[in-house]
Design a protein around this ligand. Structure first.
Ligand code: 3HC
Length: 655
């Protein structure tokens, strides 16, 4: 049963029960539609409480219906019908009232929220605009400025903020049903002193002046970087502020239906479902993760400190191990710098930063690890160094402690050789800065137990990260594709395409930076040293253009130049005569390429590598590869990742 009705004397209670998140599929829309009719016709009912079973209030339209033609009753009509109901409806919100869920709540005459609830209009994160009056009713309810922030940003707000913005009428704690019924009764007993508020559609709205709208447009365009929905949402909000209600509704609906069928919406839906599938790979079966209550990080460099910060942010105490007292102090300083930065940016209070640092035990004595549940190694990327660490960990840690390596290139099997109880060993590959980047590659070895693997996934959830399982190969999923991407970019340079044109094309595609700017920022020497290591080990690694630059001392911004030149203290990339001279013998002249063709070559190369990775079983699913690129390498989310883009292009070509 999706909707049931029961009674508390003159108050009817309509309960929605449509697991998992009470999404507004057709059956639920119809059931609510019918409930309005039933309760309007019942003379003994004076008010109606709309409440939901399960973990949340209505979390929105049913996203799985978006690929199909809309079927009546349409959501805007349902919201309208609720608003016109003969009895006042009161939305009783717990969990999240999102998108269509919040639109339904706005059709109600009142909104009462549990103090832990949130409300919002996240449609732009799915590449669409609200489609059932979110852009038209919200500014009438909370004012234009608040509506612009809520709708174009897509971020929900907590109950207390929602109350201060006027999005909800009351925030309660305890028994939501009882509180909402009491609220209903109170409104019924005071009608003479306090008449019912006007339906939202009838409330006045004042538009700010055109200059304000222009400022908003510029700010949103800067943030959106190619994403269309936020700007189209702004158009809807402006229409709502300047035109009559019905006209604004028609404009919003047309925009919603147009965007629903767009490539960007398809891409963002793909990522929405990919992110929800990633933490639950079928092959984990019913393997139970171990509980992690204490952690340790070996190595306090940039990576180690970032991992420690991620663990501390999740409320886990950390033992930070370095090889001597000086290194311990440097590690602590790195960690302090991370939290100081968070305080400066207003992400943490001084007290929160202090509490995190107080949860750190730092030292060089491995005895500190005797009772730790999880140890993550993040020392220098060299096999002998890592093996020495694990040899020690094998002796000092509990036999059931999970031991993880953060290697990004080395073979985890070789790192773990000789480790007692190798079933508790796993690769956990974080991305820098590890306390910020959402991706966690989980790399099991053939001896990793299902329980250890499940613990890796559970840890990712605890840390708020997106876990992707990767098999063992050079660079796992992400760095292997990165290598291919960079190689293809160099191929273009060799064919005479200007370095700056390649970077500009990738920025135009939605990346924050092109491949060469990114290398200059991170330093060319890291990948160079890996290639040199492989060459020293007898592998046939062809010379790259990057090798030529590093040998000439051009390692990137830190040396004043890499692919580009940089003025001292300036991050502005300037085309470099020196680079041109160094590479001249390797560059031929050929026909130019459009920005679109450049981006297509590079993203196509990533997808080709991705296909090989899938075929070899290194990745479990194509959507996992897309998640790796989006959450680890800055691939624009609204493009859906290289695999999705390639697939979509191929299917469009075949139509
Ligand atoms: N439609 C269909 N399925 C949905 C859904 C939706 N709107 N929202 C969540 N689900 C599914 C998920 O795919 C997942 O399915 P699975 O168990 O098979 O993997 C299941 O519900 C549980 O979702 P989560 O894992 O995300 O559950 P959480 O408890 O972590 O989070 C939530 C709950 C905060 C409600 C989160 O699911 C969420 O943010 N959902 C999306 C909300 C949203 O974007 N709403 C707007 C939709 S667009 C719209 O309403 C248009 C309108 O204006 C016309």
């Amino acid at each position: 049963m999706t909707v049931s009705i029961d009674r508390d004397r003159e108050v009817a209670i309509v309960t929605v029960d449509n697991p998992p998140v009470n999404a507004l599929g057709q059956a639920l829309r119809q059931a609510l539609w019918d409930a309005v009719g039933t309760l309007d016709a019942d003379a003994t009912v004076r008010a109606v409480v709309l409440i939901c079973a399960g973990r949340t209030f209505i979390a929105g339209a049913d996203v799985t219906e978006f690929g199909k033609p809309p079927v009546p009753p349409h959501l805007p009509d349902l919201v309208d019908r609720l608003e016109r109901a003969a009895k006042p409806w009161i939305a009783a919100i717990h969990g999240s009232a999102l998108g269509g869920g919040f639109e339904v709540a706005m059709g109600c005459r009142f909104r009462v929220a549990l103090d832990s609830a949130s409300v919002g209009l996240p449609e732009v994160t799915l590449g669409i605009v609200p489609g059932a009056s979110g852009t038209v009713r919200t500014p009438r309810l909370a004012g234009v400025a608040a509506a612009v922030e809520l709708v174009t940003g897509g971020r929900p707000v907590k109950a207390a903020k929602a109350l201060s913005l006027g999005l909800v009428d009351a925030v309660v704690s305890g028994d939501l049903r009882a509180e909402a019924v009491a609220f209903a009764r109170q409104t019924l007993t005071q009608p003479l002193m306090q008449p019912l508020p006007q339906p939202i559609s009838a409330r006045p709205i004042t538009s700010p002046d055109p200059a304000w709208w222009d400022e908003q447009r510029q700010a949103i365009a800067r943030r959106a970087r190619g994403e269309v929905a936020p700007l189209r949402a702004l158009d809807c909000l402006r229409t709502a502020a300047e035109k009559p209600f019905a006209e604004a509704m028609a404009f919003e609906r047309a925009t919603f239906l147009d965007l629903r069928a767009s490539d960007q919406a398809a891409a963002l839906r793909h990522i929405f479902f990919a992110e929800r599938a990633a933490p639950k790979p079928a092959h984990l079966g019913d393997a139970r993760p171990k509980e992690i209550r204490s952690t340790a990080v070996i190595g306090g460099g940039t990576m180690g400190a970032g991992i420690a910060a991620a663990l501390l942010d999740a409320g886990l105490p950390v033992v930070l191990i370095e090889r001597d007292e000086d290194a311990v102090q440097r590690g602590l300083a790195n960690l302090r710098a991370i939290f100081d930065g968070a305080v400066k940016r207003g992400k943490l209070t001084e007290a929160q930063a202090k509490a995190r640092l107080d949860s750190v035990t730092a030292g060089s004595d491995h005895g500190l690890l005797a009772d730790t549940d999880l140890v993550i190694e993040a020392v220098f990327e060299e096999l002998s160094v890592k093996r020495a660490v694990f040899a020690q960990l094998g002796q000092t840690c509990r036999a059931d402690a999970i031991l993880a390596t953060n290697t990004s290139y080395l073979d985890p099997r070789r790192i773990a050789e000789g480790l007692p109880h190798p079933d508790r060993f796993v690769g956990l590959h974080f991305f820098s800065p590890a306390n910020v980047m959402k991706l966690l590659e989980i790399v099991p070895t053939p001896t990793t137990s299902p329980e250890t693997l499940a613990t890796g996934f559970a840890l990712a959830r605890q840390l708020g990260k997106i876990p992707v399982q990767a098999g063992i190969c050079d660079g796992f999923i992400g760095n292997r594709i990165l290598k291919r991407y960079r190689a293809e970019a160099e191929t273009l340079v060799r064919q005479g395409i200007p370095i700056a044109a390649i970077d500009a094309a990738m920025r135009g595609h939605g990346f924050a930076m092109g491949p060469f700017e990114a290398q200059d920022l991170g330093g060319l020497d890291i990948a160079y040293l890996q290639r040199e290591g492989a060459r020293a080990a007898g592998q046939d690694v062809p010379e790259t253009l990057g090798d030529i630059l590093v040998r000439a001392g051009r390692k990137g911004q830190k040396t004043g130049g890499g692919w580009y030149d940089y003025a001292p203290g300036d991050r502005l990339a300037q085309p470099s005569q020196a680079t041109a001279a160094l590479l001249a013998d390797h560059i031929s002249t050929g026909p130019g390429l459009t920005a679109e063709a450049i981006a297509s070559r590079l993203t196509g190369a990533m997808a080709t590598e991705g296909k090989a990775i899938l075929a070899e079983g290194i990745a479990q699913r194509a959507s996992d590869i897309d998640l790796v690129e989006i959450h680890g390498y800055g691939y624009p989310r609204w493009r859906g990742g290289p695999m999705f883009e390639a697939e979509r292009k191929a299917s469009q070509r075949s139509v």
